[in-house]
Structures are given as C-alpha cells and as structure tokens.
Design a protein around this ligand. Structure first.
Ligand SMILES: [Zn+2]
Ligand SMILES: [Zn+2]
Length: 149
C-alpha cells in the first residue's frame, strides 16, 4: 500500500503497464514491447525507468551486466491512487455526479454492472457532504465570490 499518492506521467504509465503484465523485464525488453506503440528509443525507456525507480514504484536487481526491473506497487493500488488524485481536483460535493457520469460513459458487461450494483447496495448514504473548496474555486452558496470586472 502506498502512503502518499505518487504521480505517474502518461509515459510512465506505459512502462508500468508492461511491468505489471510481464512482472519482470530489462530496459531492452520493455523498449521492444513498447516499440511499435510508442516509437521510443532505449534511452527514453531508461529515463522513464530511472524516474519510476526514484518514485520507488519499481525496483531493479542487477543480474550480471543487466538490470531486471520489477513493479513495487500493485496495479489496483496505483489506479486507485490516480483516481483519488483526480477526485482531489473537484469539489467533494461533485464526486457523486462525476461517478454517475463515468458510469454513463463507460462500456460495461453484465458482470461489471453487477459489481457496481453490489458496491452501491453496500453503501450507506450520508445526509450531506461538506464542500472542501476555497472561495472562488466553487460555485456553492458559501463560496461564491463577486468579481467586478
Ligand atoms: Zn466545493
Ligand atoms: Zn463551496
């Protein structure tokens, strides 16, 4: 489990997805897998691996002359952290409608819908949600600011 949210760039996500899938790989192997999709040089992959190592979301072990890279965090935890990070950019009061909107937009199987229904049925509603915004970043009644142009 990650203690604080780690921000992973779009390019870094590409590398993480490979490591989550293959479990262990050298920079060369990752470059080969991503070759067609990303059109990256080996140096690019090595730069991304360096950044991911610094963020401690991957680790490496020397094996002879080469390094083998392994994911240090699970895909589920990382996706959850990215979602929480996204939700931290919107008013707490808007999270519910945002989730409803995401469901509207998503293609879902019967199993997906069943899983969402189960999650909803387990949910205990709260009476109200407090706005966590500052004045001028939210249009709710407590936080309206008048701007005179
Ligand atoms: Zn708000
Ligand atoms: Zn507000």
């Amino acid at each position: 489990m990650m203690t604080e949210p780690v921000k992973i760039s779009d390019a870094e996500w590409e590398v993480m997805r490979v490591l989550w899938t293959v479990k262990a790989a050298t920079a060369h192997e990752i470059a080969e897998i991503l070759g067609d999709k990303m059109d990256w040089k080996l140096a690019t992959v090595k730069t991304l691996l360096g950044r991911l190592s610094k963020k401690e979301v991957i680790r490496s072990e020397a094996e002879g002359k080469k390094f083998i890279y392994y994911p240090n965090v699970s895909e589920t935890a990382t996706v959850r952290s990215a979602t929480e990070n996204l939700f931290s950019h919107i008013c707490a009061k808007k999270i519910g409608v945002t989730i409803a909107d995401l469901i509207n937009e998503a293609e879902l199987t019967a199993a997906d819908i069943a899983a969402i229904n189960t999650a909803l049925l387990a949910k205990t509603p709260v009476a109200s949600i407090a706005c966590n915004c500052i004045p001028g970043q939210c249009e709710c009644s407590q936080h309206q600011v008048k701007i005179n142009h």
